[in-house]
Design a protein around this ligand. Structure first.
Ligand code: ZN
Ligand code: ZN
Length: 357
């Protein structure tokens, strides 16, 4: 006991002396700041996928509802060193920068549909990928209408572009490179090829998210592995068919019972406008149990829930969200969080789930 008291006393003295030195000698603050900066900036960029690997990084797993723990909808698919961003929700760029993912390596953006939560972070992706060293315009694939969205962002940020070129110089920030270039993807039927290059095949899948029409999911096939992203959709067996044999199905999820509770409580509190929204949204999303059925139908090895409704602040809420899912699908289910990575080594059956940091 005496020994513990002695150690505690010594630690206290050291702490008091340390604080005294820090207060008396501002250079110690600066030295500590330098140490913190050094730790923050040193080290390599994040590797989302190794050579020959297909990976999915959950960049933003939230929705339009404000959530300090989840950015807006955004998922990064990496085929080796080539990066493809599916949707650009609010704070997608911020998360990628915090994780040291090299934004200049994003080859293209693919937008599932034109709801604001899926495009709200596009301006920052445009700007930060340019600042990070992107030397050519950035292609943005998406449903018809993507031309207007892209033209709008280009126009809205044109003045800022000019300031930055003047300030840092055209050698660092080539003026022509900053632009987004729209690539509308229009098709009849259920699926259509988007592109097939560098061993990666990307397929658009028409999903049902009325009145946001057309709305797409995307399937990525690379090195014998496949990832399918649902986008926002109701229960859709055609999606299961298009995702057949996928290793990972990243599917949106809305728990009707929990959203119903939110509706009731908002209404009881006299908050009629958000209550109306809670009333309206289940009609164009998928219940977790139904998404599990789609994953089973597709033969997906892993189902990853994203675009989580309502806000799930803790593990208890996550358990409530998943109520009934294990009856349909006992294994192979994850609820995503921002920073989760699923790695699929090429020509293998392995699925490694981890975190980017
Ligand atoms: Zn939507
Ligand atoms: Zn959405």
């Amino acid at each position: 006991m005496r020994r513990i008291l002695l150690i505690a006393g010594a630690a206290l003295v050291v702490a008091v002396v340390g604080v005294f030195i820090a207060i008396q000698f501002p250079s110690v603050d600066v030295w500590m700041f330098r140490r913190a900066v050094h730790a923050g900036v040193s080290g390599p960029d994040a590797v989302v996928a190794k050579d020959g690997e297909l990976s999915v990084l959950m960049v933003g797993t939230g929705t339009p509802l404000p959530d300090v723990n989840r950015a807006g909808p955004s998922t990064l698919v990496a085929a080796g060193s080539h990066l493809y961003l599916v949707d650009a929700g609010i704070d997608a760029a911020r998360n990628l920068q915090l994780w040291k993912v090299p934004l200049n390596k994003i080859d293209a953006v693919l937008i599932t549909h034109l709801h604001s939560d899926h495009i709200g972070g596009l301006a920052e992706i445009r700007l930060q990928s340019w600042v990070a060293g992107r030397k050519t315009p950035l292609k943005v694939y998406g449903p018809p209408g993507i031309e207007r969205v892209v033209a709008g962002f280009n126009e809205a940020y044109a003045i800022d572009d000019g300031y930055r070129v003047k300030h840092h110089g055209a050698a660092m920030l080539p003026p022509d490179a900053v632009k987004l270039v729209a690539v509308p993807v229009a098709f009849d039927g259920k699926t259509a090829p988007v592109f097939d290059a560098l061993g990666l095949k990307v397929t658009a899948i028409r999903v049902k998210h009325e009145p946001a029409n057309p709305a797409y999911g995307y399937r990525f096939d690379y090195q014998g592995r496949a990832v399918t992203i649902s986008g926002d959709t109701i229960y859709d067996e055609d999606l299961a068919r298009a995702a057949k044999g996928t290793d990972v199905l990243v599917h949106e999820g809305l728990a009707p019972e929990l959203v119903g509770i939110m509706h009731d409580e908002l209404l009881a509190a006299g908050r009629t406008r958000p209550a109306k929204i809670m009333h309206d949204i289940p009609g164009y999303h998928t219940a977790p149990v139904d998404a599990a059925k789609i994953a089973n139908m597709a033969g997906a090895k892993l189902l990853v829930f994203t675009h989580l409704l309502p806000i799930l602040p803790n593990d208890i809420a996550v358990r409530a969200f998943l109520k009934g899912v294990s009856d349909v699908r006992p294994d192979g289910v994850k609820v995503a969080h921002d920073g989760m990575v699923v790695r699929l080594p090429g020509h293998s059956a392995d699925i490694d789930v981890g975190d980017i940091q």
